[in-house]
Design a protein around this ligand. Structure first.
Ligand SMILES: [Mg+2]
Length: 244
């Protein structure tokens, strides 16, 4: 069992690889966006916002992928879809594409065509953390809007209400220790009152450098032969709560 330092009041969680499987994003979310992109674009093309988004994605493809069709083709749902596929194939981190993916996921979550993954003990653990008086926050590189959508529609139901707040890369990069100071400032506590949980060693070191307590989370498939020093768990049931 791992004990938290006595002054810890806040628990701050990474999502991918910590509360949830990394594979879910790559094996479910991204294919869902691609498989439904043409239908989504076609169905909503008459809406000015979707037309503008489609044009933006074609422009993103024009900038990154040198092909005549993106230079000279008429903006149609089909051309926008071709741009989506090309951009996804090269893993482009561009805002138009990300925005469209978010819209498609939202429809899928609301229609219950997709449900987000959390590990089996997470819902119970969040409940017991709250009962023990901890304040819970998320820090993920996914946008705050996407984080909320994610926890609203998990396989274990709506877990969003357990979290008091969310942080994304607008607070800084997750491997930059200043980001953890920024988050402490925004919550209004000292970094030493926060415990950060992540599967990523670089994030653990960045948070520790900012004086947060850290717990490295080892989930199936993400262990290391040379693990970082310090506390580690394989599930949240390994945390000792309550008076120490
Ligand atoms: Mg992670």
């Amino acid at each position: 069992m791992i004990s938290l330092n006595q002054d810890i009041k806040i628990l701050l969680f990474d999502i991918e690889g910590t509360t949830s499987s990394i594979a879910f994003v790559h094996e479910v979310l991204f294919p869902f966006a691609r498989n439904n992109a043409l239908e989504y674009l076609t169905k909503h093309w008459d809406y000015p916002e979707v037309l503008a988004l489609g044009q933006k994605i074609i422009e993103e493809a024009r900038n990154l992928i040198k092909e005549d069709r993106f230079d000279f083709g008429l903006p149609t749902p089909e051309l926008a879809f071709q741009a989506v596929c090309q951009l996804m194939d090269c893993d482009a981190k561009v805002t138009g594409l990300k925005h469209l993916q978010g819209l498609i996921w939202k429809e899928g979550f609301v229609a219950k065509q997709i449900q987000s993954h959390v590990y089996p003990e997470v819902a119970k653990a969040l409940e017991s953390f709250k009962k023990n008086g901890f304040r819970l926050f998320i820090y993920s590189s996914g946008s705050i809007q996407a984080q909320k959508l994610y926890f609203q529609h998990t396989i274990y139901g709506d877990l969003l209400s357990f979290f008091e707040g969310h942080f994304d890369t607008t607070s800084g990069n997750k491997t930059d220790s200043q980001s953890y100071q920024n988050i402490s400032d925004k919550i209004g506590v000292k970094p030493s009152e926060i415990c950060f949980f992540s599967d990523a060693v670089k994030e653990i070191f960045a948070a520790r450098y900012a004086s947060m307590q850290t717990v490295w989370v080892v989930r199936p498939g993400n262990g290391l032969s040379d693990p970082p020093e310090g506390p580690q768990i394989t599930n949240f049931g390994e945390l000792a709560l309550g008076p120490q």
